[in-house]
Design a protein around this ligand. Sequence first.
Ligand code: ADP
Ligand code: MG
Length: 374
Amino acid sequence: MSEKDLYVGLISGTSRDGVDAVLVRFTENHPDLLARRCQPYRGELADKLEHFARAGQRPLEEDLQPLDSEVARQFADTALQLIDEAGIESGAVGAVGSHGQTIWHAPDDPEPESLQLGRPALIAELTGIPTVGDFRRADIEAGGQGAPLAPLLHRALFRPVRGKRIVLNLGGIANISVIDAGGEVRGFDTGPANCLLDAWIRDQRGMPFDRDGAWAATGRVDPELLRDLLADRWFGKAPPKSTGVEYFNLAWLRRHLANRRASPADIQATLAELTAVSVADAVRHCEAADLLLCGGGSHNGYLRNRLASLLPRLRVGSTADFGLEPDWVEAVLFAWLARERLAGRPQDTRAITGAREPVLLGSIAYPPGVEYLP
Ligand SMILES: Nc1ncnc2c1ncn2[C@@H]1O[C@H](COP(=O)(O)OP(=O)(O)O)[C@@H](O)[C@H]1O
Ligand SMILES: [Mg+2]
């Protein structure tokens, strides 16, 4: 095993709760986590990102440029701290895989695009490590949604010995992978997970998130409101499909709340139910034996219980049962995708994003002075 089997994976998801970073050593497809850290955005940068996320329209190029560099610096700092903590030389790292921060995801627009901040070239320059980024572009150019990409890693790590297995990532948005023993994987976004729960508790109580779903647990699901939310045409769309906070946000929720008398806690319970029901509807006919949770929402006991009771035939576990802590799956995905990109392996996303053909995901940025050896 060469030292260059070391990779760094970086992502900040739609929750914008911080930059997740992992240092991974791969043995074939098996990832050993050597170090991990989550670095929240500095106050001012968090506010700027929040501003664009709330605007509900595509940010202008000239507004994005300075932010692009600021995010890249934060990503590079996080990678360097991680490498330092692990006590290794940055020269031993084969590549950084950086997803960046999504600031706009509009795969169904006439000019489809998915925009991530955090220029890979600047990360390469600041870390001195080749950096793979811009993972969604080629997929969108091949007619795909550009998301979700997690099913590719889920297939590599969590393929069942027999039957089918579901992996459910509860990030800001929820996405599922349905993997069978033959290695086939289907996947798509099922809708909002933490993004509305976070937005509502922040708006009503000034808290960043509903720990363990404790507030939702004090409320009662409002069946009419739930029906109304589920009637949104996004839920009825057939896969491939993906979404983001430019669609499912406080403004979306408020449009549905007009003239309703549900208490704030009832609304929180209804939002958790919206996630549980939209996931259950998506997986009900899969005939899988188990469902593995990952992402921050896997710590929400209330949501976990709702899922388990809507899907009584499924054993609900966590990716930790198979050796990977649920908080680090997405960051490992980008370390793994960087390694795949360096190896020149195209990814078959046809049954996930709807791309027309397998695509090479990501572009490689080399640090200045590093010679490119093909
Ligand atoms: N203990 C917890 N209880 C409930 N929700 C949690 C808990 N820990 C994390 N979360 C939720 O998970 C979110 C972060 O999840 P994450 O997987 O990082 O999403 P993203 O990929 O969108 O950044 C937080 O915003 C929060 O809503
Ligand atoms: Mg996150």
